[in-house]
Write a protein that binds this ligand. Structure first.
Ligand code: CA
Length: 237
């Protein structure tokens, strides 16, 4: 059990020297139930982590004193922090291939400016993957419920069978009901950065999700927003 966890809330260390972005991250992450700690430069980050190991580190690439890459390398070198989940924040101007090729040991990268929901979805996915925070509880919307422990999905009391992608897609929607997501945002949040899939793949899985979740005579809960994307919504257009 990482000692950074406070009352079951996942803890995240935000390492970012841009104060405005650090504040924005703190605000959004706390709203989503994370315990947030901050460090403004690379050396401070290492000191903080040595004191209290968080469940996850959001690490900016360009930092004073020690760069994000160097911080990540040092974390990977030490036994205690070798498996610590790290998401690197990089600027669009930095060559993405170079970022990946440097093999810093980060678990994931996200490019600034980023979509907050996509970042949080990736953080949750990484935390689950590393087992730092087991998925628990359930998500509900309208007459749909998703049990995050057993992965059982029900609609109006009947069991719904979903493929793994449709499950993740529905989970993403259930975490942000009524919000309209573009296909790019869905790809980013559900499929992740490393998988290069075409935008129309999203449509294919939306179709499958609809087929499984909407029983005969039931309301279509997936709203298509013309020229924008999709939302989990019960409001007809
Ligand atoms: Ca920076």
């Amino acid at each position: 059990m990482p000692d950074g966890s406070i009352s079951g809330r996942p803890s995240v260390l935000v390492v970012e020297d841009e104060a405005a972005l650090a504040t924005l991250l703190r605000y959004n992450l706390e709203k989503q139930g994370f315990h947030v700690d901050e460090a403004g430069d690379g050396q401070e980050a290492l000191n903080r982590i040595a004191e209290t190991t968080p469940d996850l580190v959001l690490l900016d690439w360009m930092l004073p004193t020690l760069s994000g890459i160097e911080v990540c390398r040092q974390l990977r070198r030490r036994h205690e922090t070798r498996g610590l989940p790290v998401i690197m924040l990089t600027a669009r101007t930095e060559d993405q291939d170079a970022v990946r090729g440097l093999n810093t040991g980060a678990d994931d990268y996200i490019t600034k400016p980023f979509n907050m929901e996509a970042l949080i979805a990736r953080m949750r996915a990484l935390l689950r993957r590393t087992g730092a925070v087991p998925a628990k509880g359930s998500l509900e919307f309208h007459d749909i419920s998703m049990d995050l422990t057993t992965h059982r999905v029900q609609r109006g009391g009947r069991a719904v069978q979903l493929g793994p992608t449709e499950y993740r897609l529905l989970e993403f929607f259930l975490r942000h009901p009524r919000r309209v997501f573009t296909r790019e945002e869905l790809l980013d949040g559900v499929w992740g950065r490393d998988i290069h899939v075409e935008l129309r793949t999203v449509d294919v899985h939306i179709r499958r999700l609809r087929k499984s979740i909407n029983g005969e005579g039931e309301l279509d809960v997936v709203r298509t927003v013309r020229a924008a994307g999709y939302a989990l919504d019960t409001e007809a257009l």
